[in-house]
Write a protein that binds this ligand. Structure first.
Ligand SMILES: *Cc1c(COP(=O)(O)O)cnc(C)c1O
Length: 346
């Protein structure tokens, strides 16, 4: 009864997906579901995305990719990009999950597992375009492409994609990354390869930098309505979830609500504004399982306080809260613990 609730609005998720798709067309949307769909809950997010017609599903790890495959059946393409163990590779191959491959060592293991299982691995090779966080170096690119091409001829691999990840720190750096990426595409083309999926951009660059988009755009945050920290509001995009907690005590000039740091609320958020039936009020302090909010006339036990949402009660968005403590909206959402009940309201 007094457990906090993260309320999920399917209609808003669907509207965001539509807005992202329109914005990035003709690039196709790969929706990203890492960290339990950015804290919203994987099952709800994947099923809603499938109903909205999503074709490509981005899963950071293979275990969530397998869960997504269970939800999707034979529909959709699933892409998992974290370098994984041989057991996980076997799971991925058995469940028709595309693999992001960013090292020669991982490539060798993926091909070997395909050989052992008698199947064909679907591979998206990653070029390090400057982020230095996994990815083949330009000088090893040509040789690695040759290894994938040889595995293709043996029936052990399909070279379906080339990808990279941007730092999004400055436009100039991202432009340099794009040059490295395009050079990798050119070199692989010289080997006769024609991978269908070229993908470089996440939310911000997909939205703001049309010239950087490939045939696919990997978008997580904006689909869930999480705008960039210090970034502008986005046309047609609204927060998909709101976090609500019940008033459990009314005191002289404040109220106690049933949510705290054990639910994943950073105690450093004290001082932020939250939403109440009377509009914005200050969150005075954050305890372990309860917090204190400045009161309002007529406040009653059972009233609801909205910690974040889309501003209907005077509250901020998750990103608005995050900016107070120099982090990103994703972190506010993904820190919420299982004590917070996920409730689908539309
Ligand atoms: C998280 C992630 C994305 C999606 O990023 P958003 O900013 O949430 O859209 C895309 N690609 C990779 C490799 C990621 O890790």
């Amino acid at each position: 009864m007094s457990r906090p609730e993260l309320r999920l609005h399917t209609d808003r998720l669907v509207a965001n997906i539509r807005a992202v798709r329109e914005r990035i067309a003709p690039s196709q949307l790969m929706m990203v579901f890492k960290d339990d769909a950015y804290g919203h809950g994987l099952t709800w997010a994947v099923e809603s995305a499938r109903d909205a017609g999503i074709e490509w599903y981005g899963s950071y790890d293979i275990a969530s990719g397998v869960e997504m495959r269970r939800l999707l059946g034979s529909d959709g393409r699933i892409f998992a990009w974290v370098t994984s163990t041989d057991e996980e590779i076997d799971e991925a191959l058995a469940h028709h999950i595309d693999l992001g491959v960013g090292t020669a060592e991982y490539l060798d293991r993926v091909i070997e597992r395909a050989r052992v299982l008698g199947t064909r691995a679907r591979i998206h090779l990653k070029i390090d375009s400057g982020l230095h966080r996994n990815g083949l170096l330009p000088e090893e690119w040509e040789g690695t492409v040759a290894v994938v091409r040889a595995a293709e001829r043996e029936g052990l691999a399909a070279f379906v994609g080339i990808w990279s990840h941007l730092a999004e720190a400055s436009d100039a750096e991202d432009d340099d990354a794009r040059s490295v990426f395009l050079e990798a595409v050119r070199v692989s083309g010289e080997s006769g390869a024609t991978p269908e999926a070229l993908h470089l951009t996440a939310s911000a660059a997909s939205w703001w930098r049309p010239e950087l988009r490939g045939s696919l755009s990997r978008v997580g945050a904006f689909c869930y309505g999480i705008r960039s920290a210090e970034g502008p509001e986005l046309d047609g995009i609204a927060p998909v979830a709101e976090l609500s907690a019940a008033v459990t005590r009314v005191r002289r000039d404040d109220v106690v609500i049933a949510i705290g740091s054990f639910d994943g609320i950073p105690s450093t958020l004290a001082g932020a504004e939250v939403g109440t039936p009377a509009g914005a009020r200050v969150l005075r302090s954050v305890g372990e399982t309860s917090s204190v909010v400045a009161g309002w006339p007529g406040a009653a036990v059972g009233d609801e306080v909205t910690l974040f949402g889309r501003g209907e009660y005077g509250e901020q968005s998750a990103t608005g809260l995050a900016e107070r403590i120099d982090t990103v909206g994703e972190e506010i959402l993904t820190r919420l613990t299982p004590r917070v009940r996920r409730v689908i309201v539309s």
